[in-house]
Design a protein around this ligand. Sequence first.
Ligand code: PEP
Ligand code: MG
Length: 590
Amino acid sequence: MTFSIHGLAVSRGVAIGRAVLVASSRVDVAHYFIEATQVDAEIHRVRAGRDAVIEEIRRLQDSISRMGPKEAPHELGALLDVHLMLLQDVELVSGVKHWITERLYNAEWALTTQLEVIARQFDEMEDAYLRERKADLEQIVERVLRAMKGAGSPMASHGRPARKQSQQDLLLDDTVDVPLVLVAHDLSPADMLQFKQSVFAGFITDVGGRTSHTAIVARSMDIPAVVGARTCSQLVRQDDWVIIDGDSGVVIVDPSPIILAEYGFKQRQGELERGRLQRLLHTPAVTMDGERVQLLANIEMPEDAALALKAGALGVGLFRSEFLFMGRQGKLPDEEEQYQAYKRAVEGMKGLPVTIRTVDVGADKPLDDSLRDDAHLNPALGLRAIRWSLADPAMFLTQLRAILRAAAHGQVHLLVPMLAHAREIRQTLAHIDHARAMLDNRGVVYGPVKLGAMIEIPAAALSLKLFLKHFDFLSIGTNDLIQYTLAIDRADESVAHLYDPLHPAVLQLVANTIAECRAQGKDVSVCGEMAGDTSLTRLLLGLGLRSFSMHPAQILAVKQEVLRSDAGKLAVWAEQVLASEDPALLLVRH
Ligand code: PEP
Ligand code: MG
């Protein structure tokens, strides 16, 4: 039966495919398609993993049978029996076989998919004892996965991405090669990164706000996504047909042929529009009255530089370096690894400037899921970004040295997140000097950098003189500036309706920052999500902004807005918007 779920639209476009439910804890297993010729080998891999675990349990049973009741309580034996029974469960075995044979999922993916199917059945059981067996099932699957890892797995390079299909194909072909959409309760930004090269055509999560980092990564992948869909992962079943409308935030489950046809049409319209925008690729971003506008890219990994260039970016306005640090079980990248990564980004941009932001972990960007520290009541107000760097000088100096060394290979701007206090600014500058001195001592080559600060805390936006005294440029992080000005957790879908870029207080802080920088001849850009939102391009131009940094996928759409704008006229209108009690109303009317 068709039903729809409403969430927050975070990444444009329409995706139509079958649902793949993934538990947050299992997103790190490889997801790829195998070739039909590999089916037997893949089934053999799961069987071998399962047999290894059965063997292990039997050995354990053997040894406990020789122990007394004190060393090995009766419950332990019973638990092992349950585990053995679950491992041999027909539904598990046949289900895994089904996903491999019919859908060509790789072994690990097939196993975790079937786990989700059975876990759902356990959840629905009335009997509490049986319901609790879900945890046992999860444990044994975890062990089989580990056993398979030990045996070594053919890597995803054998795999191939899902084929893009037409609407016609979708209705005819119901087995393999159907686009897949990922449905999860929650995904961390690091999880999302795992899926950057993945087979999925769209994403849905139960939690998250529009500018949560999970949403930001989804947007950078330029595939339709909806977050904050609340109970979606419970309502959607494995393999259900799902439509994701990333423009309106609607998810339609089990759509009728008429709805499918309607969204298929919308999907094609979107593709045509993207095709049309491509014509602007080589057009300079200049307003109708001759104002030049710099359109820059936000990237997460060095390899994204290629995407930035392809989209016509004039540089990288924000390289979120923290993505190099995440999902590594706390083992941080050393100076050499970081240097190589920054150098790849710099060389990838072929002489265009690259703004590398020092690490910004914390809040909704934990280093590692296992290190997620829920004990902090307000992680967004906690040890995050520059605060974290200053609390660990050795780590910070390592990063600074790596960035300075990369600056020998091209234009590098060094950007510092979340500064608010004069003391933090002084300490940061001292660390940069210290990093240079360390490189001098070692006789290592490094290059010059322009120094920038992010304006993303209201206190910073209200202390601009201090910032302008010490920095060459400022970059407005509107995602956090909105969060901290309005006291709205950007990752919390329950307050997402109050997260408002057009609140007069937010606009005032943004406008002042731009005006102050311009008055002092300093560069200023916006690198928060506002910069890539085409409904705000004209307002930002009117406020005097001439440098926008956004996901590469947004650049051409923003350029189109720039080309249609008259900056002089917009400046007059922007004054009215700033003075208004309800700026959103004026934007709609304009
Ligand atoms: C911002 O806060 O606007 C920003 C660009 O930084 P991040 O989204 O990574 O916090
Ligand atoms: Mg920020």
